[in-house]
Design a protein around this ligand. Sequence first.
Ligand code: CTP
Ligand code: MG
Length: 230
Amino acid sequence: MHLLIPAAGSGRRMGADRNKLLLKLLDKSLLGWTLTAAGASESIIWIGIIGQKADFPDFEAIASQVSLDIPVEFVEGGKTRQESVYNGLQALPPEADRVLIHDGARCLATPALFDRCSQVLRSCPGLIAAVPVKDTIKVVGNYNLIEDTPDRAQLWAAQTPQGFEVQLLKECHEKGRHLGWDVTDDAALFERCDLPVRIVEGEETNLKVTTPVDLRVAEFILRERLAIGQ
Ligand code: CTP
Ligand code: MG
């Protein structure tokens, strides 16, 4: 399975002065943890890291420290995650018929999750890892007034990996660019094109490190994992 890692953000909500994926968690950068998990999965055979040019020297150093035994390529990202993934798709080798896309910022995903998604993707055109929502979610309108309380039994929180047939996802991205769709994940493009996207059970610990609190929570989870030798 080919894997694209969007890593071309700036980490605005983290409030750091550089890409948050270069921040350290224990002894490794966020990107280093993500690459380690992807490299340890049995199904991933190629990785494309999508980044901003200025970060490439750091990314190359991180990739060489992780010492992966599969090919790794660097692809220049865009202004939005959507653009970054678009660029990544163009850089896939021609033999890639299915692809997993996993945010560099979800650095706690386990190798088993990559393998589970790869396995399911053999029998469906699109999937995402997701977990049932624990909070009650409110739809809020003007003046901070609640408009609706959707039934929680039907709500899932989207994670990555997300996986797709490459040709179909490329077509969805082209259509999205043409019609000016602005989405935060690739499943949303698939959905808008009326293509089916299956849910694969994700992991509660597979959080997206977005704010300084997430960084502390991620550190706690990693320490627990290391303590029990996982
Ligand atoms: N990403 C990307 N290209 C962009 C923007 C984001 O590849 N132009 C990547 C990020 O590097 C991250 C993932 O998409 O791995 C999810 O994005 P997010 O968590 O929002 O990261 P940032 O955009 O860096 O953070 P923020 O929105 O707080 O600035
Ligand atoms: Mg962002």
